[in-house]
Design a binder for this molecule. Structure first.
Ligand code: DAH
Length: 566
Protein backbone atom coordinates (compact mmCIF):
# COMPACT_ATOMS: atom_id res chain seq x y z
CA UNK A 1 0.00 0.00 0.00
CA UNK A 2 2.75 2.45 0.97
CA UNK A 3 4.82 1.82 -2.05
CA UNK A 4 1.78 2.31 -4.24
CA UNK A 5 1.05 5.62 -2.59
CA UNK A 6 4.66 6.64 -2.80
CA UNK A 7 4.93 6.08 -6.48
CA UNK A 8 1.60 7.67 -7.19
CA UNK A 9 2.38 10.75 -5.13
CA UNK A 10 5.36 11.36 -7.36
CA UNK A 11 2.95 12.93 -9.77
CA UNK A 12 -0.22 14.71 -8.84
CA UNK A 13 -2.07 14.04 -12.03
CA UNK A 14 -1.38 10.29 -11.91
CA UNK A 15 -2.91 10.10 -8.43
CA UNK A 16 -5.91 11.99 -9.64
CA UNK A 17 -6.32 9.73 -12.61
CA UNK A 18 -6.17 6.60 -10.49
CA UNK A 19 -8.74 7.92 -8.05
CA UNK A 20 -11.03 9.01 -10.82
CA UNK A 21 -10.67 5.70 -12.62
CA UNK A 22 -11.76 3.86 -9.50
CA UNK A 23 -14.73 6.17 -9.08
CA UNK A 24 -15.85 5.59 -12.63
CA UNK A 25 -15.62 1.84 -12.22
CA UNK A 26 -17.67 1.94 -9.01
CA UNK A 27 -20.25 4.25 -10.54
CA UNK A 28 -20.64 1.98 -13.56
CA UNK A 29 -21.18 -1.08 -11.40
CA UNK A 30 -23.77 0.68 -9.30
CA UNK A 31 -25.53 1.97 -12.35
CA UNK A 32 -25.88 -1.47 -13.84
CA UNK A 33 -26.96 -3.08 -10.62
CA UNK A 34 -28.93 -0.27 -9.05
CA UNK A 35 -32.61 -1.32 -9.19
CA UNK A 36 -31.77 -4.79 -7.96
CA UNK A 37 -29.21 -3.78 -5.34
CA UNK A 38 -31.44 -1.11 -3.99
CA UNK A 39 -34.16 -3.71 -3.64
CA UNK A 40 -36.80 -1.85 -5.52
CA UNK A 41 -39.56 -3.79 -7.20
CA UNK A 42 -40.09 -3.79 -10.90
CA UNK A 43 -43.23 -2.80 -12.55
CA UNK A 44 -43.82 -5.62 -14.99
CA UNK A 45 -46.33 -4.77 -17.62
CA UNK A 46 -47.53 -6.15 -20.90
CA UNK A 47 -47.23 -3.90 -23.89
CA UNK A 48 -47.53 -4.41 -27.62
CA UNK A 49 -44.16 -5.38 -29.05
CA UNK A 50 -44.04 -2.29 -31.24
CA UNK A 51 -43.73 -0.01 -28.23
CA UNK A 52 -40.20 1.10 -27.70
CA UNK A 53 -38.63 0.51 -24.36
CA UNK A 54 -37.68 3.61 -22.47
CA UNK A 55 -34.28 4.75 -23.52
CA UNK A 56 -31.38 5.42 -21.19
CA UNK A 57 -31.70 9.14 -21.76
CA UNK A 58 -35.37 9.20 -20.88
CA UNK A 59 -34.52 7.26 -17.73
CA UNK A 60 -31.82 9.75 -16.94
CA UNK A 61 -34.39 12.47 -17.12
CA UNK A 62 -36.58 10.58 -14.69
CA UNK A 63 -39.33 10.27 -17.29
CA UNK A 64 -39.72 6.67 -18.31
CA UNK A 65 -43.22 7.39 -19.62
CA UNK A 66 -42.55 10.20 -22.00
CA UNK A 67 -45.66 11.22 -23.85
CA UNK A 68 -43.99 10.67 -27.17
CA UNK A 69 -43.86 7.00 -26.36
CA UNK A 70 -47.46 6.19 -27.11
CA UNK A 71 -49.30 7.03 -23.91
CA UNK A 72 -52.39 5.11 -25.00
CA UNK A 73 -50.40 1.90 -25.26
CA UNK A 74 -48.96 2.49 -21.84
CA UNK A 75 -52.33 3.16 -20.33
CA UNK A 76 -53.57 -0.11 -21.76
CA UNK A 77 -50.54 -1.85 -20.37
CA UNK A 78 -51.25 -0.49 -16.92
CA UNK A 79 -54.80 -1.74 -17.07
CA UNK A 80 -53.61 -5.21 -18.06
CA UNK A 81 -51.21 -5.20 -15.16
CA UNK A 82 -53.93 -4.17 -12.75
CA UNK A 83 -56.31 -6.94 -13.72
CA UNK A 84 -53.70 -9.61 -14.23
CA UNK A 85 -50.58 -8.90 -12.13
CA UNK A 86 -48.22 -11.11 -14.08
CA UNK A 87 -49.22 -12.13 -17.53
CA UNK A 88 -46.38 -14.39 -18.51
CA UNK A 89 -47.81 -15.09 -21.92
CA UNK A 90 -47.77 -11.51 -23.07
CA UNK A 91 -44.64 -9.83 -24.34
CA UNK A 92 -43.32 -7.98 -21.37
CA UNK A 93 -41.24 -4.98 -20.57
CA UNK A 94 -39.65 -3.72 -17.42
CA UNK A 95 -40.43 -0.19 -16.42
CA UNK A 96 -39.02 1.60 -13.49
CA UNK A 97 -40.86 3.79 -11.13
CA UNK A 98 -40.07 7.50 -11.31
CA UNK A 99 -37.91 7.17 -8.21
CA UNK A 100 -35.81 4.36 -9.62
CA UNK A 101 -35.39 6.16 -12.87
CA UNK A 102 -34.20 9.25 -11.03
CA UNK A 103 -31.67 7.17 -9.11
CA UNK A 104 -30.32 5.78 -12.33
CA UNK A 105 -30.37 9.19 -13.88
CA UNK A 106 -28.16 10.56 -11.12
CA UNK A 107 -25.64 7.80 -11.70
CA UNK A 108 -25.74 8.52 -15.39
CA UNK A 109 -25.03 12.22 -14.88
CA UNK A 110 -22.27 11.44 -12.38
CA UNK A 111 -20.65 9.17 -14.92
CA UNK A 112 -20.70 11.79 -17.62
CA UNK A 113 -19.20 14.34 -15.23
CA UNK A 114 -16.46 12.00 -14.06
CA UNK A 115 -15.61 10.99 -17.61
CA UNK A 116 -15.37 14.62 -18.75
CA UNK A 117 -13.17 15.46 -15.78
CA UNK A 118 -10.97 12.54 -16.66
CA UNK A 119 -10.64 13.67 -20.26
CA UNK A 120 -9.88 17.21 -19.11
CA UNK A 121 -7.11 16.13 -16.75
CA UNK A 122 -5.72 13.81 -19.31
CA UNK A 123 -5.54 16.56 -21.95
CA UNK A 124 -4.02 19.02 -19.53
CA UNK A 125 -1.42 16.60 -18.23
CA UNK A 126 -0.49 15.55 -21.73
CA UNK A 127 0.83 19.01 -22.50
CA UNK A 128 2.20 20.22 -19.22
CA UNK A 129 3.99 17.15 -18.01
CA UNK A 130 3.20 15.78 -14.61
CA UNK A 131 4.95 18.31 -12.44
CA UNK A 132 3.86 21.52 -14.16
CA UNK A 133 0.89 23.45 -12.86
CA UNK A 134 -2.17 22.72 -14.94
CA UNK A 135 -2.86 26.36 -15.46
CA UNK A 136 -0.17 28.76 -16.44
CA UNK A 137 -0.61 32.52 -16.31
CA UNK A 138 -1.96 33.60 -19.67
CA UNK A 139 0.45 36.48 -19.85
CA UNK A 140 3.53 34.34 -20.07
CA UNK A 141 5.71 36.25 -22.46
CA UNK A 142 6.82 34.51 -25.56
CA UNK A 143 10.59 34.52 -25.92
CA UNK A 144 10.55 37.91 -27.59
CA UNK A 145 14.23 37.96 -28.43
CA UNK A 146 13.90 34.70 -30.23
CA UNK A 147 10.81 35.84 -32.06
CA UNK A 148 12.50 39.07 -33.04
CA UNK A 149 15.55 37.23 -34.25
CA UNK A 150 13.46 34.82 -36.20
CA UNK A 151 11.48 37.67 -37.72
CA UNK A 152 14.59 39.45 -38.96
CA UNK A 153 16.26 36.28 -40.19
CA UNK A 154 13.16 35.51 -42.20
CA UNK A 155 12.52 32.26 -40.42
CA UNK A 156 8.85 31.42 -40.82
CA UNK A 157 8.33 28.73 -38.22
CA UNK A 158 7.88 30.46 -34.90
CA UNK A 159 6.23 27.55 -33.15
CA UNK A 160 7.96 27.21 -29.80
CA UNK A 161 9.28 23.79 -28.79
CA UNK A 162 6.72 21.64 -26.99
CA UNK A 163 8.09 22.32 -23.51
CA UNK A 164 7.55 26.05 -24.01
CA UNK A 165 4.08 25.68 -25.43
CA UNK A 166 1.10 26.79 -23.44
CA UNK A 167 -0.91 24.09 -21.75
CA UNK A 168 -4.32 23.36 -23.15
CA UNK A 169 -6.62 25.49 -21.05
CA UNK A 170 -10.32 25.94 -21.29
CA UNK A 171 -12.08 29.28 -21.52
CA UNK A 172 -13.24 28.77 -17.99
CA UNK A 173 -9.67 28.39 -16.78
CA UNK A 174 -8.60 31.56 -18.51
CA UNK A 175 -11.55 33.44 -17.04
CA UNK A 176 -10.90 32.05 -13.58
CA UNK A 177 -7.30 33.01 -13.84
CA UNK A 178 -8.24 36.49 -15.02
CA UNK A 179 -10.67 36.84 -12.13
CA UNK A 180 -8.13 35.59 -9.68
CA UNK A 181 -5.42 37.98 -10.79
CA UNK A 182 -7.96 40.80 -10.98
CA UNK A 183 -8.91 40.28 -7.34
CA UNK A 184 -5.31 39.82 -6.33
CA UNK A 185 -4.32 43.07 -7.95
CA UNK A 186 -7.23 45.07 -6.68
CA UNK A 187 -8.55 43.52 -3.49
CA UNK A 188 -10.46 46.68 -2.61
CA UNK A 189 -12.52 46.81 -5.78
CA UNK A 190 -16.16 46.49 -4.88
CA UNK A 191 -17.49 44.52 -7.81
CA UNK A 192 -14.73 42.64 -9.56
CA UNK A 193 -17.20 40.21 -11.13
CA UNK A 194 -18.36 41.35 -14.49
CA UNK A 195 -17.37 44.89 -15.08
CA UNK A 196 -14.70 47.03 -13.52
CA UNK A 197 -17.05 49.98 -13.89
CA UNK A 198 -17.44 51.12 -10.32
CA UNK A 199 -16.99 54.60 -9.03
CA UNK A 200 -15.52 55.03 -5.59
CA UNK A 201 -17.12 57.33 -3.00
CA UNK A 202 -13.99 59.44 -3.13
CA UNK A 203 -10.55 59.55 -4.69
CA UNK A 204 -7.39 60.78 -2.98
CA UNK A 205 -5.28 62.48 -5.61
CA UNK A 206 -2.00 64.26 -4.92
CA UNK A 207 -2.93 64.74 -1.28
CA UNK A 208 -6.44 66.03 -1.85
CA UNK A 209 -9.63 64.06 -1.32
CA UNK A 210 -12.27 64.44 -4.02
CA UNK A 211 -15.74 63.21 -3.16
CA UNK A 212 -17.63 61.81 -6.12
CA UNK A 213 -21.29 62.36 -6.94
CA UNK A 214 -23.77 61.20 -9.56
CA UNK A 215 -21.72 63.12 -12.13
CA UNK A 216 -18.71 60.89 -11.63
CA UNK A 217 -17.70 58.80 -14.64
CA UNK A 218 -14.10 58.17 -13.60
CA UNK A 219 -12.94 54.82 -12.30
CA UNK A 220 -9.80 53.85 -10.42
CA UNK A 221 -8.50 52.37 -13.62
CA UNK A 222 -8.64 55.68 -15.46
CA UNK A 223 -6.78 57.30 -12.58
CA UNK A 224 -4.09 54.61 -12.71
CA UNK A 225 -2.08 56.55 -15.29
CA UNK A 226 -1.98 59.59 -13.06
CA UNK A 227 1.50 60.18 -11.71
CA UNK A 228 3.21 58.16 -14.44
CA UNK A 229 4.23 61.43 -16.08
CA UNK A 230 5.73 60.00 -19.24
CA UNK A 231 6.70 63.53 -20.26
CA UNK A 232 9.03 63.71 -17.25
CA UNK A 233 10.56 60.26 -17.66
CA UNK A 234 14.13 60.83 -18.73
CA UNK A 235 14.61 60.15 -22.45
CA UNK A 236 11.13 58.84 -22.98
CA UNK A 237 10.16 59.95 -26.53
CA UNK A 238 7.59 62.34 -25.05
CA UNK A 239 10.26 63.78 -22.78
CA UNK A 240 12.68 64.20 -25.68
CA UNK A 241 9.99 65.96 -27.68
CA UNK A 242 9.07 68.20 -24.75
CA UNK A 243 12.71 69.25 -24.42
CA UNK A 244 12.88 69.94 -28.17
CA UNK A 245 9.94 72.29 -27.70
CA UNK A 246 11.46 73.99 -24.66
CA UNK A 247 14.67 74.66 -26.59
CA UNK A 248 12.74 76.86 -28.98
CA UNK A 249 11.20 78.99 -26.24
CA UNK A 250 14.14 80.40 -24.36
CA UNK A 251 13.15 82.55 -21.40
CA UNK A 252 9.76 80.86 -21.07
CA UNK A 253 8.92 79.42 -17.66
CA UNK A 254 8.06 75.72 -17.74
CA UNK A 255 5.23 74.22 -15.66
CA UNK A 256 5.17 70.47 -16.10
CA UNK A 257 3.91 69.04 -12.84
CA UNK A 258 0.58 70.77 -12.24
CA UNK A 259 -2.10 68.40 -11.05
CA UNK A 260 -4.38 67.19 -13.85
CA UNK A 261 -7.42 67.48 -11.57
CA UNK A 262 -9.03 70.84 -12.31
CA UNK A 263 -12.32 72.62 -11.78
CA UNK A 264 -14.98 73.31 -14.39
CA UNK A 265 -14.10 76.98 -13.89
CA UNK A 266 -10.44 76.43 -14.79
CA UNK A 267 -11.18 74.13 -17.67
CA UNK A 268 -14.24 75.78 -19.23
CA UNK A 269 -15.52 79.06 -17.75
CA UNK A 270 -12.16 80.77 -17.55
CA UNK A 271 -11.58 79.88 -21.20
CA UNK A 272 -15.01 81.20 -22.26
CA UNK A 273 -16.19 77.73 -23.26
CA UNK A 274 -19.93 78.25 -23.19
CA UNK A 275 -22.54 76.17 -21.36
CA UNK A 276 -23.69 73.37 -23.61
CA UNK A 277 -20.37 73.10 -25.46
CA UNK A 278 -19.83 69.40 -26.33
CA UNK A 279 -16.52 69.33 -24.44
CA UNK A 280 -18.48 69.88 -21.22
CA UNK A 281 -20.49 66.72 -21.75
CA UNK A 282 -19.70 63.75 -19.51
CA UNK A 283 -19.70 61.67 -22.67
CA UNK A 284 -16.45 63.43 -23.62
CA UNK A 285 -14.83 64.35 -20.32
CA UNK A 286 -13.90 62.41 -17.18
CA UNK A 287 -15.62 64.01 -14.20
CA UNK A 288 -14.97 63.26 -10.54
CA UNK A 289 -18.00 65.29 -9.55
CA UNK A 290 -20.11 68.13 -10.90
CA UNK A 291 -17.36 70.73 -10.40
CA UNK A 292 -14.18 68.68 -10.76
CA UNK A 293 -12.72 66.85 -13.72
CA UNK A 294 -9.60 65.36 -15.23
CA UNK A 295 -8.23 68.09 -17.51
CA UNK A 296 -8.86 67.29 -21.16
CA UNK A 297 -6.38 69.97 -22.21
CA UNK A 298 -3.50 71.91 -20.71
CA UNK A 299 -5.28 75.17 -21.58
CA UNK A 300 -7.01 74.64 -18.22
CA UNK A 301 -4.05 76.35 -16.53
CA UNK A 302 -3.95 79.53 -18.62
CA UNK A 303 -6.10 81.58 -16.28
CA UNK A 304 -4.27 80.61 -13.07
CA UNK A 305 -0.81 81.14 -14.51
CA UNK A 306 -1.78 84.50 -16.00
CA UNK A 307 -3.42 85.53 -12.73
CA UNK A 308 -0.21 84.60 -10.90
CA UNK A 309 1.62 87.07 -13.11
CA UNK A 310 3.41 84.75 -15.55
CA UNK A 311 3.66 86.29 -19.00
CA UNK A 312 5.68 83.76 -21.01
CA UNK A 313 5.26 80.11 -20.19
CA UNK A 314 4.96 76.55 -21.35
CA UNK A 315 2.74 74.09 -19.51
CA UNK A 316 3.01 70.37 -20.20
CA UNK A 317 1.21 67.41 -18.74
CA UNK A 318 -1.07 64.42 -19.03
CA UNK A 319 -4.61 65.01 -20.27
CA UNK A 320 -7.65 62.74 -20.22
CA UNK A 321 -10.43 62.26 -22.72
CA UNK A 322 -13.27 59.86 -23.30
CA UNK A 323 -12.63 59.10 -26.92
CA UNK A 324 -12.57 56.50 -29.61
CA UNK A 325 -10.13 53.61 -29.54
CA UNK A 326 -7.62 53.17 -32.30
CA UNK A 327 -3.88 53.32 -32.90
CA UNK A 328 -3.75 57.09 -32.40
CA UNK A 329 -6.21 57.48 -29.52
CA UNK A 330 -5.74 56.58 -25.90
CA UNK A 331 -7.71 57.97 -22.96
CA UNK A 332 -4.62 59.48 -21.41
CA UNK A 333 -2.18 61.46 -23.53
CA UNK A 334 0.04 64.52 -23.24
CA UNK A 335 -0.09 68.12 -24.32
CA UNK A 336 2.07 71.19 -24.13
CA UNK A 337 0.58 74.65 -23.90
CA UNK A 338 2.39 77.88 -24.70
CA UNK A 339 1.40 81.46 -23.83
CA UNK A 340 3.08 84.80 -24.40
CA UNK A 341 1.73 88.17 -23.30
CA UNK A 342 3.05 91.04 -25.44
CA UNK A 343 3.34 94.75 -24.80
CA UNK A 344 1.41 95.75 -27.88
CA UNK A 345 -2.12 96.25 -29.13
CA UNK A 346 -1.14 95.45 -32.72
CA UNK A 347 -2.67 92.03 -33.37
CA UNK A 348 -0.78 91.68 -36.67
CA UNK A 349 2.43 91.89 -34.70
CA UNK A 350 1.15 89.30 -32.24
CA UNK A 351 0.16 86.99 -35.10
CA UNK A 352 3.57 87.30 -36.75
CA UNK A 353 5.35 86.64 -33.47
CA UNK A 354 3.24 83.56 -32.79
CA UNK A 355 3.75 82.10 -36.26
CA UNK A 356 7.48 82.76 -36.19
CA UNK A 357 7.86 80.93 -32.89
CA UNK A 358 5.80 77.96 -34.06
CA UNK A 359 7.48 77.62 -37.44
CA UNK A 360 10.82 77.67 -35.69
CA UNK A 361 9.53 75.02 -33.30
CA UNK A 362 8.42 72.52 -35.98
CA UNK A 363 11.67 72.99 -37.85
CA UNK A 364 13.41 72.00 -34.64
CA UNK A 365 11.45 68.79 -34.67
CA UNK A 366 11.00 67.83 -38.29
CA UNK A 367 14.13 69.38 -39.73
CA UNK A 368 14.15 72.11 -42.34
CA UNK A 369 10.70 72.30 -43.86
CA UNK A 370 10.28 74.39 -47.00
CA UNK A 371 7.98 77.42 -47.25
CA UNK A 372 5.22 75.43 -48.93
CA UNK A 373 5.51 72.56 -46.47
CA UNK A 374 3.94 74.55 -43.65
CA UNK A 375 0.42 75.95 -43.91
CA UNK A 376 -1.94 77.82 -41.62
CA UNK A 377 -5.58 76.78 -41.68
CA UNK A 378 -8.30 78.94 -40.13
CA UNK A 379 -9.84 77.26 -37.14
CA UNK A 380 -12.18 77.95 -34.26
CA UNK A 381 -11.47 77.76 -30.54
CA UNK A 382 -13.61 79.56 -27.97
CA UNK A 383 -10.51 80.96 -26.27
CA UNK A 384 -8.73 82.49 -29.26
CA UNK A 385 -9.77 84.91 -32.00
CA UNK A 386 -8.57 84.56 -34.69
CA UNK A 387 -7.54 80.89 -34.45
CA UNK A 388 -5.41 78.68 -36.67
CA UNK A 389 -4.23 75.15 -37.04
CA UNK A 390 -0.75 74.52 -38.30
CA UNK A 391 -0.23 71.71 -40.79
CA UNK A 392 3.00 70.44 -42.23
CA UNK A 393 3.75 68.29 -45.24
CA UNK A 394 5.22 65.12 -43.84
CA UNK A 395 5.93 62.08 -45.97
CA UNK A 396 3.42 63.01 -48.60
CA UNK A 397 0.55 63.97 -46.29
CA UNK A 398 -0.60 67.09 -44.48
CA UNK A 399 -0.14 66.49 -40.79
CA UNK A 400 -2.13 68.59 -38.33
CA UNK A 401 0.37 69.72 -35.72
CA UNK A 402 -1.27 72.13 -33.30
CA UNK A 403 -3.99 74.68 -32.54
CA UNK A 404 -3.29 78.31 -31.72
CA UNK A 405 -4.49 81.87 -31.94
CA UNK A 406 -4.65 85.30 -30.41
CA UNK A 407 -6.01 85.00 -26.91
CA UNK A 408 -9.49 86.40 -26.29
CA UNK A 409 -8.89 89.75 -24.61
CA UNK A 410 -11.56 88.85 -22.03
CA UNK A 411 -9.29 86.06 -20.73
CA UNK A 412 -6.42 88.46 -20.21
CA UNK A 413 -8.73 90.96 -18.50
CA UNK A 414 -10.27 88.35 -16.20
CA UNK A 415 -6.78 87.35 -15.12
CA UNK A 416 -5.83 90.97 -14.53
CA UNK A 417 -3.05 90.56 -17.09
CA UNK A 418 -4.16 92.93 -19.84
CA UNK A 419 -2.23 95.95 -18.56
CA UNK A 420 -5.43 98.02 -18.75
CA UNK A 421 -5.83 97.26 -22.41
CA UNK A 422 -2.18 97.78 -23.38
CA UNK A 423 -1.39 94.11 -23.87
CA UNK A 424 -2.31 91.25 -26.16
CA UNK A 425 -1.35 87.58 -25.94
CA UNK A 426 -1.03 84.51 -28.10
CA UNK A 427 -1.47 80.88 -27.11
CA UNK A 428 -1.03 77.45 -28.62
CA UNK A 429 -1.58 73.82 -27.64
CA UNK A 430 0.21 70.81 -29.10
CA UNK A 431 -0.42 67.10 -28.58
CA UNK A 432 2.84 65.33 -27.84
CA UNK A 433 1.90 61.81 -28.96
CA UNK A 434 0.44 63.13 -32.20
CA UNK A 435 3.88 64.55 -33.08
CA UNK A 436 6.04 61.86 -31.50
CA UNK A 437 4.30 59.05 -33.43
CA UNK A 438 5.40 60.19 -36.91
CA UNK A 439 8.73 61.59 -35.63
CA UNK A 440 9.87 58.46 -33.86
CA UNK A 441 7.85 56.20 -36.20
CA UNK A 442 5.91 54.69 -33.33
CA UNK A 443 3.01 52.85 -34.96
CA UNK A 444 0.66 52.53 -31.98
CA UNK A 445 -0.02 55.02 -29.18
CA UNK A 446 -0.07 52.23 -26.58
CA UNK A 447 3.63 51.65 -27.21
CA UNK A 448 4.42 54.89 -25.32
CA UNK A 449 3.25 53.10 -22.17
CA UNK A 450 5.53 50.11 -22.72
CA UNK A 451 7.54 49.09 -19.72
CA UNK A 452 9.77 46.89 -21.79
CA UNK A 453 13.39 47.88 -21.17
CA UNK A 454 14.18 47.35 -24.82
CA UNK A 455 11.72 50.12 -25.61
CA UNK A 456 13.22 52.80 -23.37
CA UNK A 457 16.83 51.83 -24.05
CA UNK A 458 16.40 52.82 -27.70
CA UNK A 459 16.12 56.50 -26.78
CA UNK A 460 18.98 56.78 -24.33
CA UNK A 461 20.75 59.28 -26.57
CA UNK A 462 18.00 61.81 -25.90
CA UNK A 463 17.59 62.54 -29.61
CA UNK A 464 14.84 61.88 -32.10
CA UNK A 465 15.62 58.44 -33.51
CA UNK A 466 13.55 56.02 -35.46
CA UNK A 467 11.85 53.52 -33.20
CA UNK A 468 13.03 49.97 -33.84
CA UNK A 469 10.08 47.69 -33.21
CA UNK A 470 11.13 44.58 -31.31
CA UNK A 471 8.93 42.72 -33.71
CA UNK A 472 6.84 44.04 -36.52
CA UNK A 473 3.18 44.52 -35.68
CA UNK A 474 2.43 42.30 -38.63
CA UNK A 475 3.98 39.37 -36.80
CA UNK A 476 1.10 39.38 -34.39
CA UNK A 477 -2.13 38.62 -36.14
CA UNK A 478 -5.19 40.73 -35.40
CA UNK A 479 -8.21 38.92 -34.05
CA UNK A 480 -11.36 40.71 -35.13
CA UNK A 481 -14.54 40.26 -33.10
CA UNK A 482 -17.91 41.85 -33.69
CA UNK A 483 -20.56 42.90 -31.26
CA UNK A 484 -23.95 44.14 -32.35
CA UNK A 485 -26.61 45.36 -30.02
CA UNK A 486 -29.85 47.27 -29.54
CA UNK A 487 -28.86 50.42 -27.72
CA UNK A 488 -30.93 52.69 -25.48
CA UNK A 489 -31.50 56.33 -26.55
CA UNK A 490 -28.98 57.52 -23.98
CA UNK A 491 -26.20 55.43 -25.52
CA UNK A 492 -23.06 57.31 -26.60
CA UNK A 493 -20.28 55.60 -28.54
CA UNK A 494 -17.77 57.01 -26.06
CA UNK A 495 -19.55 55.14 -23.27
CA UNK A 496 -18.80 51.93 -25.09
CA UNK A 497 -15.18 52.91 -25.69
CA UNK A 498 -14.80 53.86 -22.04
CA UNK A 499 -16.34 50.56 -20.97
CA UNK A 500 -13.57 48.85 -22.91
CA UNK A 501 -10.85 51.14 -21.56
CA UNK A 502 -11.84 50.07 -18.10
CA UNK A 503 -10.93 46.46 -18.65
CA UNK A 504 -7.41 45.32 -17.95
CA UNK A 505 -7.42 43.67 -21.35
CA UNK A 506 -8.02 47.01 -23.11
CA UNK A 507 -4.31 47.19 -23.87
CA UNK A 508 -4.85 44.19 -26.13
CA UNK A 509 -7.37 46.09 -28.22
CA UNK A 510 -5.98 47.98 -31.15
CA UNK A 511 -9.13 49.47 -32.54
CA UNK A 512 -12.86 49.64 -32.03
CA UNK A 513 -14.86 50.67 -35.03
CA UNK A 514 -18.53 51.38 -35.50
CA UNK A 515 -19.37 49.59 -38.75
CA UNK A 516 -23.12 49.41 -38.78
CA UNK A 517 -25.89 51.55 -37.42
CA UNK A 518 -29.59 51.61 -38.17
CA UNK A 519 -32.99 52.32 -36.68
CA UNK A 520 -35.62 49.63 -36.95
CA UNK A 521 -38.39 51.08 -39.16
CA UNK A 522 -41.22 49.60 -37.10
CA UNK A 523 -40.01 49.55 -33.50
CA UNK A 524 -37.82 52.64 -33.75
CA UNK A 525 -35.10 50.81 -31.84
CA UNK A 526 -31.53 51.73 -32.61
CA UNK A 527 -28.93 49.12 -33.43
CA UNK A 528 -25.17 49.54 -33.44
CA UNK A 529 -22.43 47.13 -34.39
CA UNK A 530 -18.74 47.47 -33.64
CA UNK A 531 -15.61 45.68 -34.79
CA UNK A 532 -13.34 45.04 -31.83
CA UNK A 533 -9.84 44.37 -33.11
CA UNK A 534 -7.64 42.50 -30.68
CA UNK A 535 -3.91 42.74 -31.23
CA UNK A 536 -1.12 43.06 -28.76
CA UNK A 537 1.97 44.93 -29.86
CA UNK A 538 4.00 42.49 -27.77
CA UNK A 539 2.75 38.96 -28.24
CA UNK A 540 0.38 36.63 -30.04
CA UNK A 541 -3.00 36.32 -28.39
CA UNK A 542 -4.73 32.98 -28.10
CA UNK A 543 -8.23 32.59 -29.49
CA UNK A 544 -9.33 31.35 -26.09
CA UNK A 545 -8.31 34.46 -24.22
CA UNK A 546 -9.78 36.73 -26.88
CA UNK A 547 -13.07 34.86 -26.60
CA UNK A 548 -13.08 35.15 -22.84
CA UNK A 549 -12.44 38.91 -23.02
CA UNK A 550 -15.16 39.31 -25.60
CA UNK A 551 -17.62 37.48 -23.34
CA UNK A 552 -16.71 39.75 -20.44
CA UNK A 553 -17.23 42.74 -22.67
CA UNK A 554 -20.63 41.56 -23.85
CA UNK A 555 -21.76 40.93 -20.29
CA UNK A 556 -20.56 44.34 -19.19
CA UNK A 557 -22.28 46.08 -22.10
CA UNK A 558 -25.57 44.54 -20.98
CA UNK A 559 -24.87 45.29 -17.35
CA UNK A 560 -23.50 48.79 -17.52
CA UNK A 561 -24.89 50.25 -20.72
CA UNK A 562 -28.27 48.50 -20.76
CA UNK A 563 -27.89 47.29 -24.30
CA UNK A 564 -29.54 44.18 -25.64
CA UNK A 565 -27.21 41.89 -27.54
CA UNK A 566 -28.39 40.88 -30.98
N1 DAH B 1 -6.79 73.23 -26.09
C1 DAH B 1 -6.88 72.92 -27.48
C2 DAH B 1 -7.14 71.44 -27.63
O1 DAH B 1 -6.91 70.70 -26.74
C3 DAH B 1 -5.62 73.27 -28.22
C4 DAH B 1 -5.39 74.74 -28.25
C5 DAH B 1 -5.88 75.47 -29.31
C6 DAH B 1 -4.72 75.37 -27.25
C7 DAH B 1 -5.70 76.83 -29.38
C8 DAH B 1 -4.52 76.75 -27.29
C9 DAH B 1 -5.04 77.46 -28.37
O2 DAH B 1 -3.87 77.42 -26.34
O3 DAH B 1 -4.82 78.79 -28.41
O4 DAH B 1 -7.59 71.02 -28.66
Amino acid sequence: FFSATMSASGSTSTTWMMALGATVAAATLLFVASPQTLGTTHLVVAVPQTTARPTVSSLALGQPFASSQKPVAYARAYETQASNPVDTEAPEAIFYTQQEAATRGIFGVAMVAVTSALIYFWRASKHTGSDMPLLQPIDVELPTAEVALAATSGRKDLTPPFYLRRPVVSNRDVRRHAEKTATEQAPTKKAPKKSPHTYEPYYDINGTRFYTDEYCNTTTRILEKLGTNLHLKKNHPLNILKRKIEEKFPGFEVFDDLTPVVTTFQNFDSLLIEEGHPARSPTDTYYLNKDTLMRPHTSAHQHDLLTAGHTQFLCAGDVYRRDEIDRTHFWCFHQCEGVKVMDTTDTKEVEADLKAYLENMVKGMFGDLKEDEIRWVDAYFPFTEPSWEMEIMWQGDWLEVLGCGIMQQQILENAGADGNGTKRAWAFGIGLERIAMPLFKIPDIRIFWSENKRFMSQFEGGEIVEFQPLVSLKDFPANNKDISMWVPDSFADNDFFDLISNFDFSNLIEEVELFDEFTHPKTGRKSKAFHVVFRSPERTLTTEEVNVHMEELRAAAVDVLNVELR
